[in-house]
Design a protein around this ligand. Structure first.
Ligand SMILES: C[S@@+](CC[C@H](N)C(=O)[O-])C[C@H]1O[C@@H](n2cnc3c(N)ncnc32)[C@H](O)[C@@H]1O
Length: 367
C-alpha cells in the first residue's frame, strides 16, 4: 500500500502518493524526471561523477580527441568534470560553462585549488547566450537526458557547432538515441504500489517551485526489468551530434508484440555513443545514472498477444523556452483480430495539464 504526503506549490496543496518501502539496490522505484530542470544538487552531480559506464566512454573519447586541442565543456556542473579531464588528457586549454549559479560558484572554488587552474576558464551562463573567442576544436557536453533530447541537447549543440566550434570541430557525445517499447506499468513495478519514492519528493517540490505550479511531470523508472518489454526496442528520437542534427523531429515506428500480456503505455530509454565505433551505453541493460521514462498512453490496460502491433508516433517540438523539447506521443494498437485501440499523451517540458491522465489522478489524489 502507498502512503500520502502533502507538498505546497505556490498556494496549491498537492497530495502525492508515496511508496513507504525504502529504496534498495536493484528494486524498481518511481521518480519524477529531474535532469531537464535547473535543480541539480550534490546528490545528483555525485550520481554522475560515480557513473562508471558513462564516464569510461567520455574519457575514451577525450583521450582520443582532446590532446593538443582547445576544449569547450558545456554544462560543466559543480565538479568541472570534463574540463579537468580534458586538460588531464592533454588539451591545450579548456573553457567550462555552467548555467546554475550555485554549481558555478562551487566549480569556481574547485578551480582555484587546481594545479591546472590557468588552463581552464570558467564562465557563468547559458552557452546559447555566451560569446567567447577563440573558437574551440572540441565540444564536450553531457546534457543528455534519460529521454535523449529532453535537456535541450539538440538546440544547445546546434548553437555550439554554429558559434563556438571551428569548422570541422568535433562534439562528444557522438550520438544519442531514445528507444521505446510497449509495457504494462505494473510489470515495471511488480508487487509495488504506483507511488513516488520518498527520496524523490524534495525534487518534485523543487520542480513545482521552479515552475510555480504543479504539472504532469514525466515519470522516471529506476531499475526497470527488461523482461517487462512487450516488443523489441525501436528508435523514436535520434540525435547525431556530428551529423545532421535536428532540433525537432517526428518518428513513426511499428512495435511488433512478442509475448502475451497487457499494454498501457511505453517505456523509453537511452542508447549513447561517445565515439562512433563503440558499443553504445544501453541505459536499460547497464548500471548507469540514466533511468527509463514511462509514458501512459491508454486509460486501461489492453490485452495483447504476438501478432499484434503498436504503431507509435513520437514528435518533438521546441517548448516556449526555445531549448527544451515538448514530446507528443500517439499510439494505435492493431490486434491480430482486427481491433484498434487509440491512445495519446502530451508531455511538455513544463506547464501543460495537471492530473489529466488517470495515472496522474492516482499519483496526485485530491482526497
Ligand atoms: C547532466 S549535468 C552534467 C554535469 C557534468 N558535466 C557531468 O557530466 O557530470 C548537466 C549540467 O549542464 C548544465 N547545463 C545544461 N545546459 C547548459 C547550457 N546550455 N549552458 C550551460 N550549462 C548548461 C546544467 O545546469 C547541469 O549542471
Amino acid at each position: 500500500m502507498h502512503e500520502t504526503r502533502e507538498l505546497k506549490a505556490h498556494g496549491h496543496t498537492v497530495r502525492v502518493n508515496v511508496d513507504p518501502e525504502p529504496e534498495r539496490e536493484g528494486r524498481p522505484a518511481l521518480w519524477p524526471t529531474v535532469g531537464e530542470y535547473p535543480i541539480y544538487d550534490r546528490f545528483l552531480y555525485a550520481t554522475m561523477t560515480t557513473d562508471h559506464e558513462r564516464n569510461q566512454r567520455f574519457l575514451a573519447a577525450l583521450a582520443k580527441l582532446a590532446p593538443g586541442r582547445r576544449v569547450l565543456d558545456i554544462g560543466t556542473g559543480e565538479d568541472l568534470l570534463w574540463a579537468r579531464e580534458s586538460v588531464q588528457a592533454g588539451a591545450r586549454n579548456a573553457v567550462a560553462v555552467e548555467v546554475i549559479e550555485d554549481a558555478f560558484h562551487t566549480a569556481a572554488g574547485t578551480l582555484a585549488a587546481l594545479d591546472e587552474h590557468d588552463l581552464i576558464t570558467l564562465l557563468h551562463g547559458e552557452s546559447t547566450t555566451l560569446q567567447f573567442a577563440p573558437k574551440a576544436d572540441v565540444c564536450v557536453a553531457e546534457i543528455i537526458g534519460s529521454l535523449a533530447g529532453a535537456e535541450g541537447a539538440a538546440v544547445v549543440l546546434t548553437d555550439a557547432r554554429n558559434r563556438h566550434l571551428v569548422p570541422g570541430g568535433m562534439v562528444v557525445p557522438h550520438r544519442a538515441v531514445t528507444l521505446a517499447a510497449p509495457v504494462h506499468l505494473s510489470d515495471l513495478l511488480p508487487g509495488q504500489p504506483v507511488a513516488f519514492a520518498e527520496a524523490s519528493l524534495p525534487y518534485l517540490q523543487s520542480i513545482f517551485d521552479w515552475h510555480s505550479r504543479p504539472f504532469d511531470i514525466r515519470l522516471r523508472i529506476e531499475n526497470p526489468h527488461a523482461d517487462a518489454l512487450l516488443s523489441d526496442g525501436q528508435p523514436v528520437e535520434v540525435l547525431d551530434f556530428n551529423g545532421e542534427l535536428r532540433t525537432e523531429q517526428r518518428t513513426i515506428t511499428r512495435l511488433a508484440i512478442t509475448r502475451a500480456g497487457h499494454v498501457d503505455g511505453v517505456l523509453t530509454w537511452l542508447n549513447l555513443w561517445c565515439l562512433p565505433d563503440e558499443a553504445p551505453l544501453d541505459a536499460l541493460r547497464m548500471r548507469t545514472n540514466w533511468a527509463s521514462i514511462y509514458f501512459p498512453l491508454f486509460d486501461h490496460p489492453v490485452p495483447v498477444a504476438p501478432g499484434d502491433v503498436l504503431e507509435l508516433t513520437v514528435e518533438t517540438a521546441l517548448s516556449d523556452d526555445g531549448i527544451h523539447p515538448d514530446y507528443q506521443l500517439a499510439a494505435t494498437l492493431h490486434t491480430a483480430s482486427g481491433e484498434e485501440h487509440h491512445g495519446s499523451l502530451a508531455s511538455p517540458h513544463h506547464g501543460g495539464p495537471f492530473r489529466a491522465h488517470p495515472l496522474y489522478q492516482a499519483l496526485f489524489p485530491t482526497t
